[in-house]
Design a protein around this ligand. Structure first.
Ligand code: ADP
Ligand code: MG
Length: 500
């Protein structure tokens, strides 16, 4: 099946071709025709399956670009708002469809100006409700899309969403996308959807017990450092780093390359040829590290991937299972490593429950630990090295001026300086602190109201969790230096030695 089979408007079809999409994803195959026929829709599909295009392409194909707001997309977080907006802008540009992104924590003025010029508004619930209730904007979109609906309910946005719909026209086409279908979602669907069609894409792979699943808790801004440190420590033969967004892939490729790693990015924008060349280089070992989005890595079958890193935790379990399944193939063992920020801890619990596996928490190795690890490896490498004639000659030459012990010291220093570990000494949170935060996160889950205020307070931008930044962090560090982390409970497996 091809995109051209959908009979999208020419300018939209051109944008799809330009984006390099060749084959529609399963959710796109099912959803696009139904949307074009004018149905309301409730669609279940995991993260990274191309839902943005699934609702974006058909609705934009039906838009008139008459200067009014024709489409409204409601998303849980600012990050997603920007991501969805970028993608829709790319598809709609040739059709004269502008997008406006609306989220909290920024001034109203500019956002309102943008909305006045836009055909599509992508908004988080809080700010959108503010704008509608205060009468600052009046919009009559014929297409309304709830993206990541389960996540919005989890974040406590149900009231806002219901309220927002009281400001929207009754005559409209409404689409709801969600990774999971809990009762709350079904109830909401009954209220806002009219005779909806259902699309459900839930292929599941079971997790493989040969895969060790670990997670590390870091502050938002520590992700890059944590990733580099863990790769330095684990020293993977071949690994895949998963990102949520194409933009993040590009940024990380640049960052890791600058750190001296052999990396390559893989995302949906790449041409098929380029993609094949990159995958071949990865299979043959010319590239050690792949940085990929979910869709790009779908079905990627490379043997000998020793480690999978989740730069961000995926929103849903299906996606998690799919990602970590890139390692531990063909009966081999593998490690799946997930970086989470303190306010993502409840997602860890949800995934553990869904997947039926335990994710073990660990502390990110200190610079010294990595250094020691490397020294050990160096010692055995030296012991295993064969003496060459050229080396004997080199040492003879050096012996004209230096004694043999000095020569040895100089050579060792030289090797070690090339092997030094960069970065901060300690990165991320200690075990005691993680345990505390996890306890708190699970309590907050219990009383929905608390959780909601907490999440709303930081505008969904991943700005961190106040509670953990202050008292918490200090605590953890003390725990580390006093050796407290080693008795952090049965979840610790710090003393595992060399993990490569
Ligand atoms: P979701 O909303 O389901 O999490 P997205 O819509 O964000 O997924 O898509 C994830 C990535 O996959 C994006 O980079 C997008 O451009 C890309 N993508 C979507 N559909 C296709 C397709 N049919 N072919 C190739 N890449 C695609
Ligand atoms: Mg999405």
């Amino acid at each position: 099946m091809k995109f051209s089979d959908f009979n999208l408007k020419d300018t939209i079809q051109d944008a799809v071709t330009e984006a390099g999409f060749t084959e529609p994803s399963p959710v796109q195959k099912d959803a696009i025709p139904l949307v074009l026929e004018g149905h309301d829709l409730i669609a279940q599909a995991q993260t990274g399956t191309g839902k943005t295009a699934a609702f974006g392409l058909p609705t934009m194909s039906m838009m008139k670009a008459d200067g009014s707001v024709e489409g409204l997309v409601i998303v849980p977080t600012r990050e997603l708002a920007m991501q969805v907006s970028d993608e829709l802008y790319r598809f709609g540009q040739k059709s004269g469809l502008k997008t406006a992104t609306v989220y909290g924590g920024t001034p109203y003025g500019k956002q309102i100006d943008r909305i006045k010029q836009a055909s599509i508004v992508v908004a988080t619930p809080g700010r959108l409700q503010d704008l509608l209730m205060s009468g600052k904007i009046k919009i009559k979109p014929n297409f309304v899309i709830l993206d990541e609906a389960d996540e919005m309910l989890d974040m406590g946005f149900l009231d806002e969403i219901k309220n927002i719909f009281t400001f929207l026209p009754k005559e409209r086409q409404t689409l709801m996308f969600s990774a999971t279908m809990p009762n709350g979602i079904r109830k909401l669907a009954e209220q806002i959807l009219n005779n909806p069609k259902t699309v459900s894409i839930t292929k599941s792979e079971k997790t493989n017990t040969k895969i060790t699943q670990l997670y590390y808790v870091v502050q938002e801004k520590e992700r890059d450092d944590a990733l580099v440190r863990l790769i330095d420590y684990k020293n993977p033969d071949k690994c895949i780093i998963f990102c949520r967004m194409k933009k993040e892939v590009d940024r990380l490729v640049a960052h890791m390359t600058a750190q001296g790693f052999k990396v390559s990015g893989l995302h949906g924008d790449m041409e098929q040829k380029q993609r094949e060349v990159t995958i071949r280089a990865f299979k043959q070992g010319g590239i050690d590290i792949f940085i990929a989005t979910d869709v790009a890595a779908r079905g990627l079958d490379v043997n000998d991937v020793t480690h999978v890193f989740n730069y961000h935790i995926p929103f849903d379990s299906e996606s998690y299972v799919h990602r970590i399944g890139r390692t531990g193939r063909g009966g081999k063992t593998g490690e799946a490593i997930t970086l989470v920020s303190p306010n993502e801890l409840r997602t860890i619990k949800r995934i553990e429950k869904d997947v039926g596996a335990t994710l073990v928490t660990q502390v990110i190795p200190t610079r010294m630990e990595v250094q020691n690890n490397r020294s050990d490896a160096l010692i055995s490498k030296i012991a295993d090295t064969k003496v060459t004639d050229k080396a004997i000659e080199l040492v003879k030459t050096l012996q004209h001026d230096l004694d043999i012990v000095t020569i040895a010291h100089l050579l060792a220093s030289m090797i070690q300086s090339e092997n030094s570990v960069k970065g901060k000494d300690t990165i991320g949170l200690g075990l005691e602190e993680i345990a505390l935060l996890m306890e708190r996160a699970m309590q907050q889950r219990g009383n929905g109201g608390g959780g909601r205020n907490r999440r709303r307070g930081n505008g969904g931008s991943g700005g961190g969790n106040r509670g953990s930044r202050n008292g918490g962090s200090r605590h953890g560090r003390n725990g580390r230096s006093s050796g407290g982390r080693s008795n952090g409970g049965n979840r610790s497996s710090r003393n595992g030695g060399n993990n490569s």
